[in-house]
Design a protein around this ligand. Structure first.
Ligand SMILES: O=C(O)CCC(=O)C(=O)O
Length: 235
């Protein structure tokens, strides 16, 4: 955890961490190749993006069966490294047991939402191929969504969100081609971004064009893991 503390986003409520270059370019490319060559049945097509669920989609808020695991090409080096960060030390299974892979074409996004209590309140997100602005919204009773914070997720970075940041806020990605008004004042992890990223945003007057498909790997610990035989008995 001491290593992780160096990457804490202190301007945000408790707690979020951003680690640039968490995986190497070689690891990124081999993940992209595996994801892109997965059988088409692996993909769930949604209206504004597509999705793979590993090991399976959740069934009644649980994983089934217990014998399935996230495959090695996806979990192999990443999950042990997130365990080493200490982020799963209090989670039910001591590790991520589920991964959603979201693929966004430029201009696609995801509506503001919360991940909910099916999961231990921790999500570890790795970004591949292109960066994206994740927006954090305050929850409000009247349903109005106000962007409170913005985090730029560079390719190969790891974003860890937990505690109140997980439970009290919504997150989403706008369906736009160009993110605007980006600066050290408006991007919560600005000082962790590479010089190249910051200079390119500054030179473009705070604008950032989404150039390529962005893929995210979101690792979580699903609280309920069912035993297949017991599940079948209840059917
Ligand atoms: O792609 C991302 O970074 C966010 C994905 C997300 O919000 C989700 O899977 O619930």
């Amino acid at each position: 955890m001491r290593y992780l503390e160096a990457y804490r986003l202190v301007a945000l409520p408790d707690r979020a961490y951003y680690i640039p270059d968490f995986i190497s370019e070689g690891e990124e490319q081999s993940l992209i190749d595996k994801i892109q060559t997965a059988p088409s049945a692996r993909w769930t097509a949604l209206s504004r993006r597509r999705l793979q669920s590993w090991p399976t989609q959740l069934l009644q808020g649980s994983i089934l069966p217990t014998t399935d695991a996230i495959p090695n090409w996806l979990a192999g080096s990443i999950i042990p490294r997130t365990i080493d960060l200490g982020i799963w030390s209090a989670s039910p299974h001591g590790r991520a047991n589920h991964c959603l892979i979201n693929e966004y074409e430029p201009g696609q996004g995801i509506m503001p939402h919360e991940d909910g209590d099916v999961y231990y309140p921790m999500v570890a997100t790795i970004s591949l191929n292109d960066g994206i602005i994740l927006e954090i919204y305050e929850k409000s009773d009247d349903g109005k969504r106000t962007v409170k914070y913005r985090i730029y997720q560079e390719p190969r970075s790891l974003l860890v969100v937990t505690d109140e940041m997980y439970t009290k806020y919504l997150h989403g990605i706008q369906e736009i081609l160009i993110d605007k008004d980006l600066s050290s004042d408006t991007v919560s992890n600005w000082h962790f971004l590479s010089n190249e990223t910051r200079e390119s945003i500054d030179m473009n007057g705070g604008l950032l064009k989404r150039r390529a498909k962005r893929i995210s790997l979101t690792f979580r610990d699903v609280k309920k893991v069912r035993d297949l035989s017991k599940f079948l008995q209840t059917k």
